[in-house]
Design a binder for this molecule. Structure first.
Ligand code: THG
Length: 262
């Protein structure tokens, strides 16, 4: 599983405050903590309170790159923020994200291609979040078709079915998980799949348990990557164990330890 740490997000009060006060040490501590816990990449999102996301994203990326060379996942719905982030990025980049809307695809797919970045495509359009897996597949296919037409490498595309909180969309959970398998057969070679895991447990009590159970099930359906809290050790153990059960890691009695050392 490719793990993207979610903790550098202005939605969290410590990060929102650090962005407002330009407190680099806080950002760098959270970056290194996630890397130490096993993150392969770091999501970077200025959050809803940022008044100047175009410059804040550059400040965040520069601060992070002083302490790690892990990939940066530039998380914004605004193409101009993503473009700005790309200018500051020396590490490899994942663009998070485009939707299935042609005006977004026409800007972000060429931008990803030009910067040799990976690209996350959300199964969402101006019409909103899909209600079933048929709509999810239709939107994901539109994104994949645009990438193929624009000659963006399809194996660098990460399709996201959009995970909803279980307390508001319980009847959609099965569709969301099955979409992961359906997305993998859109094209040959296959696109990759990704989820924002923590969405699933928003507003619930047993957050960690719901997160790791959802991740385990999604892994069985072919999930390639997840944006999650890598500091949740039970969650990381579940991710490693799910891959072991799917024969993606070699078993030994100390497999958890062995995985962390690799
Ligand atoms: N897909 C993609 N990118 C994404 C998401 C996605 N980026 C943002 C988000 N979803 C993933 N990141 C988070 C980060 C935090 C939370 C959920 C998803 C979260 N935070 C606490 C909450 O809202 O309860 C905040 C707690 C606090 O304020 O301390 O749940 O789906 N491609």
């Amino acid at each position: 599983m490719f793990i993207i740490g979610e903790l550098i997000n202005g939605m969290y009060s410590n990060i929102g405050k650090a962005i407002a006060q330009k407190d680099k040490a806080v950002i760098q501590r959270v970056a290194l903590g996630q890397v130490k816990a096993g993150a392969d990449a770091l999501d970077v999102n200025c959050g809803p309170a940022s008044k100047q996301p175009v410059s804040d994203i550059q400040w965040l990326i520069e601060a992070i790159q002083e302490v790690t060379d892990k990939a940066i996942c530039i998380d914004s719905s605004k193409p101009q923020v993503i473009e700005s982030g790309l200018k500051a990025a020396k590490n490899s980049v994942i663009i998070n994200s485009t939707t299935a809307d042609p005006d977004k695809l026409d800007i972000l797919v060429p931008l990803a291609k030009q910067h040799k970045a990976k690209l996350i495509g959300l199964a969402i359009s101006a019409k909103g979040i899909p209600r079933d897996k048929g709509q999810r597949l239709e939107l994901a296919s539109q994104i994949a078709a645009s990438c193929i037409e624009k000659e963006f490498p399809i194996e660098d595309l990460y399709l996201d079915p959009i995970v909803m909180p279980i307390n508001v969309a319980q009847a959609q959970m099965r569709d969301i998980i099955e979409s992961i398998h359906e997305f993998k057969i859109i094209s040959e070679p296959a696109p990759k799949t990704i989820i924002g895991l923590t969405n699933v447990s928003q507003g619930t009590f047993a957050r960690s348990l719901i997160n790791r159970t959802f991740l385990t099930m999604a892994t069985a359906y072919g999930l390639d990557a997840a944006i999650l809290d890598p500091l949740d050790k039970d969650l990381m153990d579940a991710a490693i164990t799910a891959e072991l059960i799917l024969n993606k890691q070699i078993y030994c009695d100390s497999y958890l330890e062995a995985y962390r050392k690799k």
